[in-house]
Design a protein around this ligand. Structure first.
Ligand SMILES: Nc1nc2c(ncn2[C@@H]2O[C@H](COP(=O)(O)OP(=O)(O)OP(=O)(O)O)[C@@H](O)[C@H]2O)c(=O)[nH]1
Length: 356
């Protein structure tokens, strides 16, 4: 089990979850349907929108179904939706700027959405070049549409107005995204440093603080929902001798090798940590006493088979406490500790519980 961490927070990617993406699709479908209904019922709908609205609604619905029913990559779906929205907004604005369809319409005011949606739906790395392409297409498209029926001065007036507004949009959004990426990096670094504080540097398993943190997070003493767990205290036998005979550095190597062996033997959901010195802890959840004994036996055997730089006969003693034996994790821990003491007294390289 790992400490809760945000280190897998992805930088430079759109952070939109599939659920949020689908919600936004529903908003888009409802929004387009509402505008379509209003335009159609009030009789102001133009031929362009009469064709475009159902196409967009159909495309959003298709993406929604694909998002729910298939394992298709969401980034591709984001791109597709963006293509629909940007394509609609640009072509609608260009169409409205053609002389026959009414000059200087308000369709251009929606074009800013193209940049906002790009940064919302796409990875930052893809959003930046996409907004540049969209900007160029917007400017050239409007220029070509307007220059056909109007003077160069009029055309430039409209086109430059759009260009300046859009450049401001792009600049502001880019600044916001840069700040967000910077904040993500700072949080990521803080997470990494915090996790270091919970990991034992020699053995790479949780240290005492880490074990306590995970124990607290698991809320083992919850009265609402009684937890079923066992605590195993694992203590290396005669470790002082290992140090005395082979040196402290060899002792360190034995410690880290044992930790490696233990972590490969426990279940991924078990909590393993170094309580201190030559003592390790395993917390295992939702196992029967028989399964706990099997785990303890596997741990004991795995260590006894280790040979580290010609050092053999490495053994551990294990004491076990069960959650059903006491009402708090501290009391369960004490029971495990007393069983460890008995295991040591019984000659070491053995396991003790209330039943053994
Ligand atoms: N190399 C090394 N030794 C350590 C470390 N932490 C604790 N020790 C040693 O672990 C040894 C523990 O010795 P004791 O508490 O007497 O226990 P033991 O010799 O294992 O004997 P039993 O537990 O009774 O079987 C001491 O010699 C400590 O110096 C460490 O990080 N590295």
């Amino acid at each position: 089990m790992k400490l809760q961490s945000t280190s897998n927070r992805q930088l430079n990617t759109s952070s939109m979850s599939p659920t949020l993406f689908r919600r936004m699709l529903v908003v888009a479908i409802l929004g387009f349907s509402a505008i379509w209904t209003i335009d159609a019922s009030s009789g102001i709908i133009v031929s362009f929108d009469a064709a475009a609205y159902p196409i967009c609604i159909g495309a959003f619905s298709l993406v929604f179904i694909l998002s729910v029913a298939t394992k298709i990559n969401h980034q591709s779906l984001h791109f597709f939706v963006y293509f629909i929205v940007a394509g609609y907004l640009i072509s609608s604005s260009i169409w409205h700027h053609m002389a026959a369809n009414g000059l200087f319409s308000n369709a251009a005011q929606w074009l800013g959405l193209n940049y906002v949606i790009a940064y919302l739906f796409l990875e930052v790395k893809k959003a930046a070049p996409t907004t540049i392409i969209v900007f160029v297409v917007t400017i050239i498209g409007h220029y070509i549409a307007i220059i056909q029926y109007h003077t160069m001065a009029d055309t430039m007036g409209v086109v430059l107005n759009i260009a300046i507004a859009h450049l401001i949009y792009i600049f502001l959004l880019w600044t916001v995204i840069k700040l967000r990426v910077k904040t993500d990096q700072v949080i990521e670094r803080a997470d990494t440093l915090e996790n270091y504080a919970y990991v034992d540097l020699l053995t790479r398993v949780l240290n005492r603080r880490g074990i306590e943190k995970v124990f607290n997070e698991l809320n083992l003493d919850s009265t609402e929902q009684k937890k079923n767990y066992a605590i195993l205290i694992i203590d290396i036998d005669h470790f002082k001798q290992v140090n005395d005979i082979n040196g402290h550095l060899a002792g360190d190597k034995v410690l880290s090798s044992i930790a490696g062996k233990l972590s490969r033997t426990v279940h991924p959901n078990d909590v393993l940590g170094r309580w201190g010195g030559e003592e390790f802890i395993v917390l295992t959840l939702n196992r029967t006493p028989k399964q706990v004994m099997t785990l303890a036996e596997n741990l004991r055997t795995a260590v006894s088979n280790l040979v580290i730089d010609n050092i053999s006969n490495i053994t551990v003693s294990i004491g076990i406490g069960y959650s059903y034996e006491a009402s708090s994790k501290e009391a369960v821990f004490k029971i495990a500790d007393s069983h460890l003491y008995i295991a040591k007294q019984s000659g070491r390289n053995t396991i003790r519980t209330s039943n053994t």
